[in-house]
Design a protein around this ligand. Structure first.
Ligand SMILES: NC(=O)c1ccc[n+]([C@@H]2O[C@H](COP(=O)([O-])OP(=O)(O)OC[C@H]3O[C@@H](n4cnc5c(N)ncnc54)[C@H](OP(=O)(O)O)[C@@H]3O)[C@@H](O)[C@H]2O)c1
Length: 275
């Protein structure tokens, strides 16, 4: 579904991959509601989009707070009269060991990466169903499928969102509301992985990573072509994901060989020193 005046709500639009998704949707003709916690970054982006003739508004919100999230859903619908597309992009991981984090830390990971996207979809679904059209795009990660080191709660949330998307899509597509999941491998030029490499001083080879614009194009393709799942990875990402499911021990072996285990150990030690 795509119409010139469609309205898209993009979460995690203040920095990282989100702004690139927002700009790509703007180029495709969407009006935008952008959210994140950092008002200053959101306002800078909406200002640039407005100057380039894309109607866009910033609504700062903390998605781990239910009240904030419900206020966001209402304000987003009020901004342009409706929300046609929800891009659940906000997410992330503190890059710390499961057992070294408190239970509250682990809950916060699940809350941001799984509960918030489900809650936001739940808030916006009635309006979409009333109008008989809508699309929810969830941004997930290959982390769980490849047993990415030190990502227990994050992997659970990101795998959970794949299941959520499949069921949501099946239940509401015949009523005009569809859902897609975009599953990311490592992204090289924006977002958490890129920031971490710069902070820690790691050299990440471009091979095996994708540019953020591929994520933005995948989001647009998911909506326009109503795709169930898109894997953003170099090479045959969907095939790799399927192979990982067939042979679950392959992921850890691959992580050891590719150096991901060692790299993440360095990152974990770096984060420990920051506490
Ligand atoms: N980068 C990668 O290599 C990679 C790989 C696989 C999957 N992903 C997924 O891609 C998505 C985007 O990640 P990214 O790399 O762009 O991350 P990022 O650079 O850390 O950006 C995260 C975005 O989410 C927002 N956010 C974080 N906590 C929030 C909260 N409590 N409430 C509201 N907004 C919040 C941040 O804004 P504020 O700080 O302003 O709140 C920011 O806009 C995430 O779902 C991530 O899991 C990324």
């Amino acid at each position: 579904m795509e119409k010139q005046e469609d309205v898209a709500l993009v979460t995690g639009a203040s920095h990282g991959i989100g702004p690139i998704i927002a700009r790509t949707l703007a180029e495709a003709g969407y009006r935008l509601v952008l959210t994140g916690r950092t008002a200053r970054e959101l306002e800078l982006l909406t200002g640039q989009l407005n100057a380039a003739a894309t109607p866009a508004v910033a609504i700062p919100a903390d998605l781990t707070k239910a009240d904030d999230l419900e206020r966001l859903a209402k304000s987003a619908e009020a901004a342009f009269g409706r929300v046609d597309v929800l891009v659940n992009n906000a997410g992330g991981d503190p890059q710390r060991e499961f057992d070294a984090m408190s239970w509250a830390d682990n809950e916060a990971i699940i809350s941001l990466n799984a509960l918030a996207p489900i809650h936001l979809a739940h808030q916006l679904l009635p309006g979409m169903l009333q109008r008989g059209r809508g699309h929810v795009v969830n941004i997930s990660s290959i982390a769980g499928r490849v047993s990415f080191p030190y990502a227990e709660a994050y992997a659970a949330a990101k795998d959970g969102i794949i299941g959520f998307t499949r069921v949501l899509r099946n239940d509401y597509r015949h009523r005009g509301v569809s859902a897609s999941v975009v599953i990311l491998g490592a992204i090289r030029d924006a977002g958490l992985g890129d920031r971490t490499a710069k902070e820690v001083g790691l050299k990440v080879p471009a091979m095996g990573t994708s540019p953020a614009i591929h994520v933005a194009r995948a989001v647009l393709a998911a909506i326009k072509k109503d795709r169930t799942e898109i894997v953003v990875m170099p090479g045959p990402g969907r095939l790799l994901k399927a192979v990982m499911d067939l042979f679950p021990s392959l992921g850890p072996a691959m992580n050891r060989l590719a150096g991901a285990e060692k790299t993440m150990r360095t990152v974990i030690e770096f984060r420990k020193q920051q506490l």
